[in-house]
Design a protein around this ligand. Structure first.
Ligand SMILES: C[S@@+](CC[C@H](N)C(=O)[O-])C[C@H]1O[C@@H](n2cnc3c(N)ncnc32)[C@H](O)[C@@H]1O
Length: 238
């Protein structure tokens, strides 16, 4: 996101702070790349705070890019010092993002706590399920169409125990909002407050309409309350 340029961030990770402060990321050859895709600084801060508070052993993120969310997560895991790890799934880390995400993770000293699965979600997530990997927190920031957001949630739900948390980025997008409506109507999750103010951007009418239907554009997090498998013919409008 281009409006991330020149912003400060309250996460104790110099590599992440530098990225937000300068508005660019640096590849292995020293070349600078403008940041176009990183989560908002306050969303990184919320991730960091949430991980400090909930002390997950294993975090999974879909969508790494230059590694902003990865660094926020890993900074918190590192401070906790409990051997927690982050798994990132992203098919384009080398080709699309010049390996800057993994380079940043290494520069920050977090490489030992990080595993990259350089595959699309629909290949990487079933692999984790097959491996019987359990996660405590999942963060969805990959390909934001409805089918991918729902697929990401579907698998994360299977990897999460009761009490685990799933977070969504770009929640104001119609596709992601719809996936969240699925979570709210077809599973047993409750939204948790991570200290982010709701966002309803747009003109007065659009903003009011979003407020009315709850299409909050801030990052949103949900805690799994129950392992609930609906009947085979269950459907609720969403
Ligand atoms: C908005 S960026 C992620 C930004 C990152 N979370 C950050 O804070 O810097 C979206 C990412 O999703 C990745 N992506 C695209 N298609 C994907 C797929 N099918 N599965 C997983 N990730 C995907 C892209 O390569 C890109 O890195």
């Amino acid at each position: 996101m281009s409006d991330n340029a020149a912003k400060s961030i309250n996460v104790p990770c110099p590599v992440l702070q530098e990225m937000y402060a300068t508005g660019h990321a640096v590849d292995l050859a020293g070349k600078k790349h403008p940041i176009e895709s990183a989560i908002q600084p306050d969303f990184s801060e919320a991730l960091y705070r949430l991980i400090k508070a909930r002390r997950p052993n294993r975090v999974l993120e879909i969508g790494m890019a230059y590694g902003a969310s990865s660094l926020a997560i890993l900074a918190a895991l590192s401070e906790l010092g409990e051997g927690g790890e982050l798994i990132s799934i992203d098919p384009a880390q080398s080709n699309g993002w010049h390996s800057i995400g993994v380079h940043n993770v290494a520069r920050a000293g977090f490489a030992d706590a990080h595993r990259l699965i350089e595959k699309p979600d629909y290949l990487g997530l079933p692999e984790l399920l097959q491996e019987k990997v359990s996660i405590d927190l999942g963060y969805i920031d990959g390909w934001h169409t409805f089918d991918h957001a729902l697929l990401d949630f579907f698998y994360i739900d299977k990897l999460l125990p009761v009490g685990g948390v799933v977070g969504f980025n770009d929640c104001g997008w119609k596709s992601v909002f719809k996936a969240i409506r699925f979570v709210e109507t077809h599973r047993d999750y409750r939204e948790i407050d991570v200290g982010l103010a709701p966002q309803y951007p747009g003109g007065p009418v659009a903003s009011l309409a979003k407020r009315f239907i709850g299409r909050n554009g801030s990052d949103r997090y949900f805690e799994k309350r129950k392992e609930w498998q609906s009947a085979h013919n269950f459907y609720a409008p969403f």
